[in-house]
Design a protein around this ligand. Sequence first.
Ligand code: F6R
Length: 361
Amino acid sequence: GKGNHRHFMHKEIFEQPIVIAQTLGRYVDPGAGTVTLPDLPLPAGDLRRIIMVACGTAHYAAMVGKYWLESLARLPVEVDIASEFRYRDPVLGDGDLVVVISQSGETADTLAALRHAKGAGIPVAAIVNVPTSTIAREADVRLDTHAGPEIGVASTKAFTCQLAVLACLAVGLAAARGTLTAAEETDAVQRLEHLPAMMARMLVDEDAIAALARDISGARDAFFVGRGTLYPLALEGALKLKEISYIHAEGYAGGELKHGPIALIDAGVPIIGLAPDGDLFGKSWSNLEEIMARQGHVYLFTDADAPADTLSGHVPMPATDPLTAPIAYALPMQLLAYHTAVEKGTDVDQPRNLAKSVTVE
Ligand code: F6R
């Protein structure tokens, strides 16, 4: 049941501290400060490339995974949409590992991508939430997410658990390949271990986000902007908003705004900026300043001190790093979509035209 929550989506958003701890618990040894992965079909030393394939929200998780696997494990990573991968005759070869990502484990295009890879003799690992699903059964190795049943059509806790598994995969492969020292591995493990408590603290106060949702609920269009691991989160924030509130939303990498979409900016288009403090903050801030100079209303999610007088809204975030940021920033993206949908009175758990499991292509 929904317990004291009005919708399954709300319940599932609030379950995240527990299911992230559960999922991390399967891969991380906090005492030793190490990550343990199941045996992959290819030894870490023979891996030449990872190709991640998924649909929708799971595809955005894969995009985050690419940033982590490249920066930590120094492995080349390609990310593809399952419906494109299966029909575009991809070049596959020795040293490739295909990683499919799916909550349901039944998505037709993702399953077809898995079969395509196996047919070409390429080993497949599946990051999957339903261990009895077809994708779970057909993969060479399973990396389970332990999100528990997800009922709301809009994926929430399954997404952050996919990210948690991908973070462990990146740290574990980096340690095995020698691109992270033992001390760096332990440091990464400790940062991941802080996530459940950080997420629980973030969920205590959803009023600021509900107020922001009231502000944007009248908009016809909205933009989400991020850089680095927050770029895929901008895409995910936009997808969540469009699928349950029916507001047209787009996610952009900060540096891309001036290559076209900035033409659409006016006072009627709210811009959600995702900009954790760190190396990329200055770049993100100057992208947002360009928007504000064109009368755009910017709502900023950050832990940095940003000049609040030019912003239309500012949601303070906890301090993060590139490994923890996308998981932490997923929460306010989900809550923003949720409260906007509630404000508009749409069917949060059963949005129009959508099915929980897409078993036809
Ligand atoms: C969005 C959403 C979908 C799914 C996609 C893949 O909130 O839920 O985009 O992520 O249909 O589904 P799975 O992960 O079951 O393969």
